[in-house]
Design a protein around this ligand. Structure first.
Ligand code: SAM
Ligand code: FES
Length: 330
């Protein structure tokens, strides 16, 4: 659907219209990507990061964070168990941890590919050669949020990073033939409805295959500890508009949404989302990968999360996808 920037701003700000907007997004989702919900097994394999984003709980400057990274064998073993549980996509996410050299990542990707799964990488900004080597090793998709398209805001939030460089990375990833995943946070300090409208039009413009909306949740050990953060309602409205703009892309019901409300992901699935990424990380790592406080399921096991989300999905009359669940362009 073509929406102007003005249309988007009024949809974002008109709270009285919320039910209608979310219902419309649900209908558009049903008509374009159907009732299947695609599950991705998420492995949070390292909380070590060279960056210092002001909002992020695992930023380099958070001395209170206990750091870990899985050894490559442990990562492959975790992926094997997730594949055995039926996951057809494995998402490997981490901070920008240089322990994982290009070659190490290639070996891991090759090993995990043997489990007949699609692989999504979410390890941040790396070089063209690294993205290329990982693609050649078998990685299918790449997930990296642009976070915001307001460059001034971006540079305030990530003072040592470059918005242009992040954008360039997204373009390299696309050129290399990955399915491109991106997205934004909403409720960032000083972020306006106009800026979110620009973000949504940007995501459509670059042709994302997958895009997520996360409410910003302030972490107590970061410089943004005292900020207000985003609300579930704003995140749902933003996500619903994204579905209207891009009817056939994959949209996850994000973990941050459920961290704000016990039914956050189900509400998202009924407002345009068609993907869920249950955590398949094991043991203490689940708690240590703390991007924001109140993260759900930190004491659960992967099997528990898989069956819990499965029941929730079926309780709203949806089915669980059995394929790889890539972007089906209609
Ligand atoms: N390092 C990779 C990258 O930069 O894409 C992946 C890991 S990064 C922690 C994953 C996402 O977490 C970020 O893109 C950001 O949107 C989200 N995030 C970080 N801190 C957050 C917070 N306080 N509240 C909500 N989401 C947060
Ligand atoms: Fe690197 Fe958040 S600052 S993952």
């Amino acid at each position: 659907m073509d929406l102007t920037k003005e249309n988007i701003i009024s949809l974002l700000t008109d709270e009285g219209n919320e039910n209608e907007l979310l219902k419309k997004a649900d209908t558009v989702r049903h008509l374009n990507v159907g009732d299947e919900v695609h599950l991705r097994g998420l492995i949070e394999f390292s909380n070590i990061c060279r960056n210092n984003c002001l909002y992020c709980g695992i930023r380099r400057g958070n001395a209170a964070a206990k750091r870990y990274h899985m050894e490559p064998e442990e990562l492959v073993k975790t992926a094997r168990k997730a594949a055995a549980m039926g996951f057809k996509t494995i998402v490997m996410q981490s901070g920008e941890d240089m322990f994982y050299t290009s070659d190490k990542m290639c070996r891991i990707i090759e090993a995990i590919k043997k489990f007949d799964v699609a692989i999504t990488l979410s390890v941040g900004e790396r070089s063209y050669d690294e993205y290329k080597a990982w693609r050649n090793a078998g990685a299918d998709r790449y997930l990296m949020r642009i976070e915001t398209t307001d460059k001034d805001l971006y540079h305030k939030l990530d003072p040592q990073m470059s918005w242009q460089h992040r954008f360039d990375c997204l373009m390299m990833i696309k050129e290399l033939g990955y399915e491109l995943g991106s997205g934004i946070m909403v409720g960032l300090p000083e972020q306006s409805a106009e800026s979110i409208a620009d973000d949504l039009l940007f995501l459509k413009g670059i042709g994302v295959d997958m895009s997520g909306i996360g409410p910003f949740i302030p972490h107590p050990e970061t410089p943004l500890a005292d900020c207000a953060g985003g609300t579930l309602n704003l995140a749902l409205r933003t996500m619903a508009i994204m579905r209207l703009l891009m009817p056939d892309i994959n949209i996850p019901a994000t973990t941050a949404m459920e961290s704000l409300h016990p039914k956050g992901r189900i509400m998202a699935l009924q407002a345009g989302a068609n993907v869920v990424m249950p955590n398949v990380t094991e043991g203490e790592y689940r708690r240590l990968y703390e991007l924001y406080p109140g993260k759900i399921c930190v004491d659960d096991t992967p099997l528990h999360c898989r069956s819990c989300i499965g029941m929730k999905i079926m309780s709203i009359g949806r089915t669980i996808g059995t394929g790889y669940g890539g972007h089906k362009k209609v």
